[in-house]
Design a protein around this ligand. Structure first.
Ligand code: UFG
Length: 329
C-alpha cells in the first residue's frame, strides 16, 4: 500500500513520513524543496523533487507508483508572509490543491488527508473552538486553506474523492531522538525562536503584545506535539481506507498556554535564562486559540502521548541542541 505525501520534506510532513514507515506503509514523497529539507525525509521513502502545480510531473509520479492514498502537506504556511504576498498563497496552496485533485481523479485515487489549520476559523466566536464554529479567516493563509477545504468538498460530491481536513492548532516538538525537527527560514514560530535564544544563536525573545485580555496579557495558544499530530494523520488515513466519510477534525490539546507561560516552561526545561523584551502586537494574531479536540478523540480514537508543553519543548530542545543551525548541520 503506497501513500503519496506531497510536502513530505516539510516539518510536519517529514515527521508523519517517519510514522508511516514505522507502521509499514510504502511512502512516496513529492516536494519542491522550496521550503522543505531533503535530509529530513526518511531514506526508506521514495523521493521525487517537483511542484504539485506541475501536472506532467504529478502524472509521472502517479503512473510510476501504485498510490492508494494521499496525505497532503505541500503549502506555504507563514501568516505574516501571506498578508504581504496573498497571491503566492492562493497560487501555491489553493492552485496546488486543484492540480492534485485533478490528477487523483484521473488516476482513480479516492482519498486524501489534508493539513488544514485553526487559521480557517479566524477570530474564534467562542473558546474552545469546535469544528462546527464559523470559519472566517483573518489572513490569506487561512483563506487559502479554507478554499482548499471547500474545493475538496465539491470534488467529493462530483468524483467521490473522500477527504479528511485536519485543522491543526499550534504544532511543536520533534521526533524523540532529535534526528529531525522544525527548521524554517526565516523562523517565525514561538518555540523554535525561544530555543534559538536559549541556544545563543539569537539575542532575545520579543513577546508580541502584552495587553491582550488573557491571564497575563499575552496570547494564549493550544500546543500539540508533532508526533501526536503524525499519529492523527495515520488514524485518519486508516479511517478513509476503511470506507469512512469525508469530515473535519480539530487537533489540539484543549489546554491553552500563554506566551509568557511558554517562556517560563522553556526556562525550566533548558535551564537557560532566555532574555526577553516586550514588543507591540503582531498583526493578525487572535488573542486566544484553544481547540475542542473531543471529536478527533472520539471518532478517530486519537490519544495524544505527549499532551504537555514540557514534552513538546524538551523534544524541540533536543533537536535544537543536536542541530543548532537546523538541517545545515
Ligand atoms: N510570538 C512571539 N514572539 C515571537 C514569535 C511568536 O511573541 O518571536 C507569539 C505570537 O505573537 C503568538 C504566539 O507566539 O502569540 C504563537 O506564534 P506562532 O507564530 O508560533 O504561531 P501562530 O499562533 O501565529 O500560528 C500557528 C501556525 C499557523 C496557524 C496559526 C493559527 O503556525 O500556521 O497557528 O492556528 F495558522
Amino acid at each position: 500500500m503506497a501513500i503519496l505525501v506531497p510536502g513530505g520534506a516539510g516539518y510536519i510532513g517529514s515527521h508523519t513520513v517517519e510514522r508511516l514507515i514505522e507502521k509499514g506503509f510504502e511512502v512516496v514523497v513529492v516536494d519542491s524543496l522550496a521550503t522543505g529539507h531533503r535530509q529530513s525525509v526518511n531514506t526508506k521513502a521514495t523521493f521525487y523533487q517537483g511542484d504539485i502545480r506541475d501536472r506532467d510531473f504529478l502524472d509521472q509520479v502517479f503512473n510510476k507508483e501504485n498510490i492508494d492514498g494521499v496525505i497532503h502537506f505541500a503549502a506555504n504556511s507563514i501568516v505574516p508572509e501571506s498578508m504581504e504576498k496573498p497571491l503566492k498563497y492562493f497560487d501555491n496552496n489553493t492552485g496546488g490543491m486543484i492540480t492534485l485533485l485533478e490528477a487523483m481523479h484521473d488516476h482513480n485515487v479516492n482519498n486524501i488527508i489534508f493539513s488544514s489549520t485553526a487559521a480557517t476559523y479566524g477570530e474564534p466566536e467562542s473558546i474552545p473552538v469546535k469544528e462546527t464554529d464559523s470559519q472566517v479567516p483573518t489572513n490569506p493563509y487561512g483563506e487559502s486553506k479554507l478554499m482548499m477545504e471547500k474545493i475538496m468538498k465539491w470534488a467529493d460530491v462530483a468524483y467521490g474523492i473522500k477527504y479528511t481536513a485536519l485543522r491543526y492548532f499550534n504544532v511543536g516538538g520533534a521526533i524523540m531522538d532529535g534526528s529531525i525537527g522544525e527548521d524554517h527560514g526565516p523562523e517565525t514560530h514561538l518555540i523554535p525562536i525561544i530555543l534559538q535564544v536559549a541556544q545563543g544563536t539569537r539575542d532575545q525573545l520579543q513577546i508580541f503584545g502584552t495587553d491582550y485580555p488573557t491571564k497575563d496579557g499575552t496570547n494564549v495558544r493550544d500546543y500539540v506535539h508533532v508526533m501526536d499530530l503524525a499519529d492523527a494523520h495515520i488514524l485518519a488515513l486508516q479511517r478513509l481506507l476503511d470506507g469512512g466519510y469525508s469530515d473535519a477534525f480539530n487537533l489540539g490539546s484543549s489546554t491553552g498556554f500563554s506566551n509568557r507561560e511558554m517562556l517560563e516552561t522553556a526556562r525550566k526545561v533548558t535551564g537557560k535564562e532566555i532574555p526577553v523584551v516586550d514588543a507591540p502586537r503582531r498583526a493578525g494574531d487572535p488573542s486566544t486559540l484553544v481547540a475542542d479536540s473531543t471529536k478527533a478523540r472520539e471518532v478517530l480514537g486519537w490519544q495524544p502521548q505527549h499532551d504537555n508543553v514540557e514534552d513538546i519543548i524538551a523534544s524541540a530542545w533536543k533537536w535544537t541542541q543536536q542541530h543548532p543551525h537546523g538541517f545545515e548541520d
